[in-house]
Design a protein around this ligand. Structure first.
Ligand code: UDX
Ligand code: UDX
Length: 453
């Protein structure tokens, strides 16, 4: 079976690597319009960092897994085509700031219509608004040479940093398809791919629209849990409660469950905010303003949490950070990834720069060029220094802020950090990973999230 994936990003790359490894009779070709990205996939220095990915790519590349910029050729050969191109939030025109920009999905559909020389199964993996399959179907039907195209929705639930584990051992695989015979045959073909390594009872099949909506809903629910615990964190700080104790206490209720209750400086990543805004836009479009408002609040609470963190830093630092060196420890949106999309660190850093702070930023995986791009500054900007260790960043700093939960930041030699910092030495833990009483014993003025009292 020939499988092609259009879009060699954080979703397409790992997903196809695992399919190539697990699905013995499949030849998998990942294509992308970005030459540099494909060159990197074909090198020893992969374009994304994801634990366990290197090993699989090394083992499969050139055997069952191929990376190429020949999009047309891969479409011609393929029986199944996965669409994994980006669907960013629109920045212009109707729906700007909320709706998903479907220009890449449309251009991909047109490319498939133009190049196909036979029947194809098209799989939407990109997160998209509900009923996008209809758009793809119309483009394919109106421009193709009479071939049959079956559109399936197969949303991705992998989380970055644990993508390979999530792919190898998913809670479920969701496949939505048309209910007619051709649709069901296509669903079965894709079920067959996943059944190479996933138990059949974990492969759920639904109609197309349920599948598309389930992806947005899953991300909205996950993000809502974080915003809920973050809302409680503000109350904890005001009342003397400890948000981690509250999370543990409520998480042991099996109806609530313990996961996704870690209070933080705010959620980031390419999906949560974008998908919720998408859901909000859909609700408004379908005349459901109250529902839209309900979900919008999840994003507002996240904005509030980031701002509240920065405000707390400034207030603690005697109401001014102007000219002060502040160490930023962690820049990725979560640990074990080099991805910074929508990272809380970007928002905190930008707000601190507006207050004329000097930032010394350290992240174990994020390249300096990404940080400069995200902050919209030139590499020679004197206000920002990129450091190669946490110790270098905290040297002579008035304060340090932990913004990503990297394991190494929990186990730094904090005596050494303290010795290098100006006094009073402030530490703001935006991820609740350090032992605050131990740090206070060293001499830090240390604060966490939702740690009242
Ligand atoms: C993307 C979407 O952001 C997400 O909503 C969806 O669920 C999966 O695809 P991700 O893989 O993280 O997620 O995005 P990104 O790393 O930006 O990769 C997308 C790739 O598609 C890029 O490498 C881009 O060059 C490529 N692309 C984009 C094409 O090959 N053709 C296009 O027309 C547009
Ligand atoms: C998410 C979904 O989990 C995944 O199913 C979907 O396919 C894509 O979006 P991802 O964004 O990669 O995955 O990471 P996730 O682990 O969900 O974390 C998102 C953000 O929430 C991160 O910034 C993380 O630090 C934050 N988070 C997560 C918290 O602040 N507290 C928590 O308890 C959990």
């Amino acid at each position: 079976m020939n499988i092609c994936c259009i879009g060699a990003g954080y979703v397409g790359g790992p997903t196809m690597a695992v399919i190539a490894q697990k699905c013995e009779d499949a030849k998998v070709t990942v294509v992308d319009i970005n030459d540099a990205r494909i060159a990197a996939w074909n090198s020893d220095d992969l374009p994304i960092f994801e634990p366990g990915l290197d090993e699989i790519v090394q083992a499969e590349r050139g055997k069952s897994l191929f990376f190429s910029t020949d999009v047309a050729g891969a479409i011609k050969e393929a029986d199944i085509i996965f669409i994994c191109v980006g669907t960013p939030t629109k920045t212009y025109g109707v729906g700007a700031g909320q709706a998903a920009d479907l220009k890449y999905i449309e251009s991909t559909a047109r490319m498939i219509a133009k190049e196909a020389e036979g029947d194809k199964i098209i799989v939407e993996k990109s997160t998209i608004p509900v009923r996008t399959a209809e758009t793809i179907q119309r483009i394919l039907e109106s421009t193709s040479g009479g071939y049959q195209f079956s559109i399936l929705s197969n949303p991705e639930f992998l989380a970055e940093g644990t993508a390979i584990r999530d792919l190898l051992n998913p809670d479920r695989v969701l496949i939505g398809g048309e209910t007619d015979e051709a649709g069901q045959q296509a669903v079965e073909a894709l079920v067959g791919v996943y059944a190479s390594w996933v138990d059949r009872e974990k492969i759920l099949t639904t109609n197309l629209w349920s599948s598309e909506l389930s992806k947005l809903t899953a991300n909205a629910f996950l993000a809502q849990r974080i915003s809920s615990i973050n809302a409680v964190s503000a109350l904890c700080e005001a009342t003397g409660a400890d948000v981690d104790e509250v999370a543990r206490a409520i998480g042991t209720d099996s109806r609530i469950g313990p996961k996704f209750l870690r209070s933080s400086v705010g959620f980031g990543g390419s999906c949560f905010q974008k998908d919720i805004l998408n859901l909000v836009y859909l609700c408004e479009y379908f005349g459901l303003p109250e529902v839209a408002e309900y979900w919008r609040q999840v994003v507002s609470m996240n904005d509030y949490q980031r701002k509240r963190f920065t405000r707390k830093m400034i207030t603690s630092l005697f109401n001014t950070v102007s000219g002060k060196r502040i160490a930023i420890l962690g820049f990725a949106f979560k640990k074990d990834t080099d991805d910074t999309r929508e990272s809380a660190a970007i928002y905190v850093c930008r707000d601190l720069l507006l207050e004329n702070a000097h930032l010394a930023i350290y992240d174990p995986k994020v390249p300096a060029s990404t940080i400069y791009r995200d902050l919209g500054i030139e590499p020679d900007d004197p206000r920002v220094e990129i450091c190669s260790t946490a110790y270098e960043a905290t040297q002579e700093a008035h304060a340090a802020a932990i913004l990503t939960e990297w394991d190494e930041l929990a186990t730094l030699d904090y005596e050494r950090v303290f010795a290098g910092m100006l006094k009073p030495a402030f530490l703001f833990d935006g991820r609740n990973i350090v032992d605050l009483p131990a740090l206070r014993a060293i001499g830090f003025d240390a604060q966490g999230i939702g740690k009242g009292g």
